[in-house]
Design a protein around this ligand. Structure first.
Ligand code: ADP
Ligand code: AIR
Ligand code: ASP
Length: 275
């Protein structure tokens, strides 16, 4: 049987880490000019395939923890990879800071530690907004167009964000009738998605990466639901990135297609973006 002493010795490091994390979160909230309410509990509220969400002492701010799990095909293929969460968090932070610098309104509040970010709480619009510069993935499969065929102009498409329905392909009329977004909101989201595409394309190109396509999400701010901001993550989990010189895939397709060197590619993307 476990003695009382060994019980506490086993748990004290975990308690201490949790307290240190709570303190860091509180400091960041106050540092961002927001108000911490010490009575507001820091609790887990959601566990997804790649991230966990926790409440903080500010009811309008969440802690987003990046997990080490990789999933594909709506969670059918699943495996854990050491450091994946750390790398996706770091890449997302670099990209979100860059986008904020270009005037894009996002959910980012600030950094916490190697796997946690603070974000503004939003109500996620149930739309996966996909921008494509080059044919790949489901476009190539659906349309029978060879992977790697460049488009004359970027394509913006919507999927309805619902795992049970397998995120079906929809258009603006479906989005309106499903209550996901009004026509004006769809037009705004498309404009933002194209602007983000131009900014990201240029940014990745400087790192010798070709932006093939990506998925983004938008949400309504909890503090002001009329304001729509960019939310969720932007990382090699959500973008297709090919090395400019060799065409090598540097994103989650390495996991989806079992190509190997999965985390090595993420590490390479991170290191190029840090330069
Ligand atoms: P999934 O839910 O698809 O398994 P994740 O594991 O990435 O995905 O979980 C993160 C969840 O948090 C997603 O459902 C995403 O839409 C949601 N989300 C992203 N940003 C915010 C935010 N700022 N506020 C609330 N929810 C968010
Ligand atoms: N994506 C779509 N759903 C989840 C994600 N991460 C991203 C893919 C790819 C783009 O959206 O990572 O970058 C288009 O995916 P697909 O499968 O529709 O070709
Ligand atoms: N994001 C989905 C999943 O994790 C789909 C994909 O990325 O392939 O299963």
């Amino acid at each position: 049987m476990l003695s009382l002493h060994s019980f506490f010795c086993a748990r004290v490091p975990a308690f201490t880490e949790q307290i240190q994390l709570d303190i860091r979160v509180r400091e960041r909230i106050v540092g961002a000019g927001l108000k911490a309410h010490p009575t507001h509990a820091m609790e887990p509220i959601y566990e997804g395939k790649a991230k966990r969400l926790f409440t903080t002492e500010d009811p309008n701010v969440l802690r987003m923890e990046y997990k080490d799990s990789a999933t594909a095909f709506n969670g059918v293929k699943k495996e854990d990879f050491e450091n994946k969460g750390r790398m996706n968090k770091a890449i997302t932070l670099i990209i979100y800071k860059m986008l904020e610098g270009k005037g894009v309104k996002t959910h980012l509040v600030g950094d916490v530690d190697d796997i946690n970010l603070l974000v503004k709480k939003v109500s996620i619009m149930p739309l996966e907004v996909i921008v494509r510069n080059v044919a790949a993935g489901s476009f190539s499969k659906r349309m029978g167009v060879k992977e790697g065929t460049a488009f004359t102009k970027p394509i913006v498409e919507f999927s309805y964000k619902d795992d049970a329905l397998n995120d079906p392909f929809i258009n603006d009329d479906y989005a309106r009738e499903m209550g996901a977004a009004t026509e004006e909101e769809c037009a705004y989201i498309k404009r933002m998605a194209l602007l983000i595409n131009e900014t990201l394309k240029e940014f990745f190109l400087k790192a010798n990466l070709r932006l093939i396509d990506f998925k983004i999400e938008f949400g309504r701010l909890a503090t002001d639901p009329k304001q729509i901001v960019l939310a969720d993550e932007i990382s090699p989990d959500t973008c297709r990135l090919w090395d400019v010189a060799t065409g090598k895939k540097m994103d989650k397709d390495r996991f989806r297609q079992g190509l190997g060197e999965f985390m090595e590619s993420y590490a390479e993307v991170l290191s190029r973006l840090q330069k």
